[in-house]
Design a protein around this ligand. Sequence first.
Ligand SMILES: Nc1nc2c(ncn2[C@@H]2O[C@H](COP(=O)(O)OP(=O)(O)OP(=O)(O)O)[C@@H](O)[C@H]2O)c(=O)[nH]1
Ligand SMILES: [Mg+2]
Length: 232
Amino acid sequence: MGDGTVIDVVIPARNEAATVVANVAAARGCRFSRQVVVVDDGSSDDTAERAGAAGARVLRRHGPSGSKALAMAAGVAATDAQAILFVDADCTGLTADHLDDICKPFVEGRATMSIGMFDYGRFWNPVVLRCPPLSGERIVPRWVFEAVPPDKLAGYTIEIRLNEVVCERRLTTSVRTMAGVQHRTKRDKLGARDGFLQTWSMYKALFSQMRPVGDIRWRTYWFYLRGLTIEE
Ligand SMILES: Nc1nc2c(ncn2[C@@H]2O[C@H](COP(=O)(O)OP(=O)(O)OP(=O)(O)O)[C@@H](O)[C@H]2O)c(=O)[nH]1
Ligand SMILES: [Mg+2]
């Protein structure tokens, strides 16, 4: 993909009033992005109103039946961009510069998928950069998202499905640390007990996608590492 590629930002958000404005601002400041689409379903706070006031185009899906992946799909369907930069609404410390840095390897044609990882400090970052990436901050060509089968658009497993599309085709990925960026965890949002239970069910869902229970092959990670460039 080259310089003329149209890139839109899609931000799935549910009950992220505390952080959505800052993340929309970062996304609007990204020099490669055309528009910022926030997809809110079922928020009980004013996430949607705040996102709109911050300059995002807001899509509202009503009812509690949504999921992160379905929100992302609704965002993609609402744009005609050739590439989508996904950003979670619960990041802290995220700036336009971080998003520019994620886009560069993609725009310069060095990677099919480019991802930003949270900053876990000097000791852990080199490890995190080599783990299977689950990060929500990533740019992919539109076709990569559309290649995920509709029945696999489930909750929090969308990132490993995107990894699968790219890596099983032996395409390239670039990762980098987003210096100073963290996120509000489920514990921050829901309290210790519910946060723990939801985090537990998220990881259970992730592992149940992997063989032998699920259909994702472990070799995908090997292909991932072979096509990986770590940006400094
Ligand atoms: N529209 C919409 N967005 C969602 C839904 N579930 C999660 N999101 C958003 O997706 C992003 C990531 O969700 P999180 O729950 O923070 O998941 P995570 O960051 O992978 O997991 P943690 O490490 O526990 O924070 C956030 O912006 C959420 O608001 C949903 O059902 N609908
Ligand atoms: Mg989060």
